[in-house]
Design a protein around this ligand. Structure first.
Ligand SMILES: [Zn+2]
Length: 245
């Protein structure tokens, strides 16, 4: 069973790669069929097998021989591991589907944020809406009120930092997309108690601060450079899920 779940995860990961590419280009996610981003050649079924095709094609497009990004097999693998981990934690309960949906959207958003420094509304507002819809299911521990409060309370600290960072530091620490992203995470997790909310916020900023210190020490980023913030929010989310759910 574990192997099947992992393979299903790889297949979903393959689709998420398509989502990452198309959402960041503002294109339709479901149409047309998979094609090489360089030469536009349509992929044959055997060229579309997660990880396996990448290895056999030695990371090159079968038509134009241009290099395929390492992002493709990496995202597939991460998605496989994610599906498997969530399955081990929840078995096939409602929490399995809910957590997989949440972490899938978060993964797609994080990669787009790293590549393009944007968090598209399609993902962040989509998360809020899906989180609220899922709260209507009786098997969800999070009821609609908790989901709504979660969205508001998770977004609030980020909204404060977003609003006041410019006045205090003379620059924005992150964009408004990150505030909406936090609201989406809150809509899924719901408001459980203050402790969880506080820990989530703490983890995010500790991770962000560690990254900033390392980046400045290595001389890679100046103090004025904006950094993608979604990756820290995503890692903090994973820690909170392990710790509290
Ligand atoms: Zn090609």
């Amino acid at each position: 069973m574990s192997l099947i779940i992992f393979i299903i995860g790889l297949l979903f990961g393959s689709f998420y790669n398509v989502c990452i590419y198309r959402i960041s280009e503002g294109k339709s996610v479901v149409w047309p069929a998979s094609h090489c981003p360089k030469c536009q050649a349509k992929l044959k079924p055997w060229e579309n097998i997660p990880i396996v095709s990448f290895v056999f094609l030695r990371g090159k497009c079968g038509h134009c021989k241009s290099n395929i990004s390492f992002q493709y097999p990496v995202i597939e693998f991460i998605t496989g591991v994610m599906f498997l981990s969530v399955y081990f934690k929840y078995d096939f309960t409602f929490d399995f589907y809910k957590t997989v949906i949440l972490l899938s959207i978060v993964l797609i958003a994080v990669v787009i944020d790293i590549k393009k420094m944007i968090l598209p509304d399609r993902l962040t507002l989509g998360m809020i809406v899906v989180g609220l819809i899922l709260s209507l299911f009786p098997s969800n521990m999070v009821d609609p009120w908790s989901s709504f409060m979660g969205a508001a309370l998770f977004a609030f600290p980020f909204f404060l930092v977003y609003t006041f960072s410019e006045a205090i530091y003379g620059k924005e620490v992150f964009g408004f997309g990150d505030v909406k992203f936090a609201a989406g995470i809150g809509a899924f997790l719901g408001y459980i108690d203050f402790h969880m909310l506080y820990m989530y916020f703490l983890y995010t900023f500790i991770l962000g601060a560690i990254y900033a210190i390392i980046a400045i020490k290595l001389g890679k980023k100046g103090r004025q450079t904006q950094i993608p913030f979604a990756p820290f929010m995503a890692v903090a989310l994973v820690i909170v899920i392990i710790q509290f759910f």
